[in-house]
Design a protein around this ligand. Sequence first.
Ligand code: MN3
Length: 387
Amino acid sequence: MLKNIAILGSTGSIGKSTLEVIALNEKILKVFCISANKNFTLLANQINIFKPKYAYIEHKIHTESLKKLIEHDKTIILDSEDNLLEILSSDELNIVVSSMSGSSGLKSTYHALASKKIVLLANKESMVMAGKLMSKFINNIIPIDSEHNSIFQVIQGSTHHIEKISLTASGGPFRNYPYNEFSKITKEMALKHPNWVMGEKITIDSATMMNKCLEIIEAHYLFELPKEKIDVIIHPESIIHSLVEYSDGSTLCQLSEPDMKIPISYALGYPERLTSGRAPINLTSIGKLTFQKPDYKKFPSLRYAYQTLEYIENQETLAIMLNAANEIAVDLFLQNRINFLDIYKIIESSFEKTENLPMDNINDIFNVDFLYRKKLNEYIKKSVLID
Ligand code: MN3
C-alpha cells in the first residue's frame, strides 16, 4: 500500500533526511504535504522535486515568492494554518512527520494525533509540554528521536519486565571541557556537535545536555516508565542508541551509524524495514565503544528532568515551564545576549515560578505556556541578565 506522508518542517534537518528516505522508497512512500517555517527557496526546490499535493509556508510574507519559484501546477499552496490543519485530518493522509523545532510544533502535532493519524515524532518539545494529553494517542506515535526509536525497535510494544532503560548521550562538545571555563563558552563553540548535524536549537540543547533532560521526560511518557527506571549513560561514539535492561539480567540495544535516516526509515516503514541509504556499522573498523557516567555537576540539566518528573503528577505545568525557560534561554544565547551558564540560571529560577493550573485540553497548555513566558521574560529583565 502506498503511504501518503505529510512533513511538518520539511526544510529542517529531520525534514530533509525524511525526503531522502522517501526518494529511496518511491514505490511505497509518497509526499502528500510539506510545510516550512521560512526557508521558501528550499521549500520550492522540494515542491519541484516531490510534487506534493499541498504545501504551506508559515511566514506568509514569503508565500508569493514561493509561488513564483514553483515550476509545475500539481501543488496547492495553502494560505493559512487552519487550511494546513484541515489537510492534516484528510482521509487521504496516512502519516504525519512532526519535525519542527521547539514548542511551535505542538499545535499541528496534536491536531494530527487527534485526527487519528500515525505521527512520527521528532518534535520532543510537544511531548514534554503535553505528555499527558498526547499519551491518549500513544499507540499512534512512533518516535524518531534516535534514542527513543532504538528503544521502540527493541521493546516491540511491550515494556514487560523492563528493569531500566538507559538513554545514551554523546556528552556534546563540552564533555571534556573544564567546568571553570564554562562561562566563556561562545555560540560558535556550542554549535559544533561532535557526532550529529542538526538544527541550532537542538545543537545548543546537546551542548547544555538539556536535550537529554527533555528526552528523559519524553521517554517517561512514550514508554510509560517512572523516573526511577530511566537512566542516562555517556557514550561518546553514538553507535549504541540506548539500552533496555530486563529483570533477568539481559540488556538489549540497537546499533547503527549516527544518521537520522536510520530511525526515520524504520518509522516510515514500520512494521516493515525500508532502504535507509546507510549500510550497517562495521564493528571491527570502529574497534571500541566507550561509556561513562554523566557528570551532574557540570551538567545540572539531567537533574532538572528528575526534579520535574518527581512533582509532575501534582504540578502538571512544571514541564511547560521547563521547556519555555529553556527555549527562551537558548534564544537569548543564540543572540549573544546571555552567557552559557545563564541558560542554567534561567531554567533553575523557573521552577519556583510554576503554579497549579488546570490542564484539561490543548488550549490550557498554550495559555499556561504564554503566561509562563511572560513571567520568565519579566524575571530575565529584572535580574539584569539582559539590557
Ligand atoms: Mn536524541
